[in-house]
Design a binder for this molecule. Structure first.
Ligand code: SAH
Length: 278
């Protein structure tokens, strides 16, 4: 047996995957899942259409179908990856689509071309439904989990949303980037954490004078109470709470640029909610 020199005949060790390589891997994983997604949109139940009408929303032709297409992709992908706990289509129309669209009223005040960032978008909620019905706004959808942002990217493409940017990053990191900090007319978030945590993650993205719109549930009032100190430190004020058919929207106004010390490092806003460290 001839001696095999490792220098000449062994294959070179595989290089560490780079960020780009990981992006390609997860994109391929998601593409494979979506390849056998149903081609038909999920039909909108009458309760959803009535709920949307109650919100004062008049859909443009094709929008309901595109919302149904997004939901079909979300529920299909959810069988192979963890995107949502809601599996029942009728419930998904209410809890994902209608709940997202409750932000239409507070977003109505934004001018054409305004920037909106969805922090912790997960499977694209509330960002994607809103991007479908407000094509005049520029949406940025951010999540820390690459598989989720790969799904969001693919779903946006498949439902024909062009005016959205997808960012894979922790909010704590992206908020330090001048491209994102103090930049957006509005930040939106659902189910990313208790008020103090989500305020610290979200408000650094908002420009002074802009708003954070947080989808919350019945405990919105109590949550606000316990986040008072946090809002003060973040130079934000509670501008109002809107009752909706699916929950409550807490509106925070950002009064001035976020102090440089916020958001704190990765995981800190969740581990030690601001104003409650002691
Ligand atoms: N907004 C979606 C997902 C909620 S789950 C919905 O309502 O269905 C919370 C999401 O926030 C997860 O996808 C998680 O990856 C993301 N997330 C949590 N903390 C984050 C952080 N610090 N930075 C970026 N994304 C974060």
């Amino acid at each position: 047996m001839p001696h095999r020199s490792s220098a000449t005949s062994e294959p070179a060790p595989a290089p560490e995957p780079t960020g780009d390589q990981c992006d390609r891997d997860v994109a391929a994983f998601v593409a494979e899942i979506l390849a056998d997604a149903p081609k038909e949109p999920l039909p909108a139940p009458i309760e959803f259409l009535a709920g949307a009408e109650g919100l004062g929303i008049a859909f443009e032709p094709g929008e309901v179908e595109r919302l149904g297409r997004f939901l079909a992709l979300l529920l299909h992908a959810n069988t192979r990856m963890n995107l949502t706990a809601i599996k029942d289509p009728a419930q998904a129309w209410q809890r994902h689509i209608l709940d997202s669209l409750t932000l239409m009223a507070p977003l109505a005040e934004l001018p054409q071309g305004a920037g909106v960032v969805d922090i912790g978008t997960g499977g694209g909620v509330p960002g994607i439904p809103l991007a479908i019905v407000r094509p005049d706004l520029r949406f940025t959808l951010l999540d820390a989990t690459a598989k989720k942002t790969a799904f969001v990217r693919a779903a946006l493409d498949m439902v024909g949303v062009q005016q959205a940017t997808v960012v894979t990053a922790r909010a704590e990191q992206a908020a330090r980037d001048t491209q994102h900090r103090d930049t957006y007319d509005a930040a939106i978030a659902r189910a990313v954490g208790p008020m103090a945590t989500v305020a610290e993650l979200v408000t650094p993205f908002v420009k002074p004078g802009g708003v954070a719109l947080l989808i919350k549930g019945e405990k919105a009032g109590e949550e606000l109470e316990s986040a008072k100190a946090a809002l003060h430190l973040l130079l934000c004020a509670h501008a109002g709470t809107i009752e909706t058919p699916t929950g409550r929207i807490v509106v925070l106004e950002k009064l001035r640029a976020t102090p440089k010390s916020y958001p704190r490092g990765n995981g800190e806003p969740k581990r030690k909610p601001l104003g409650r460290e002691r």
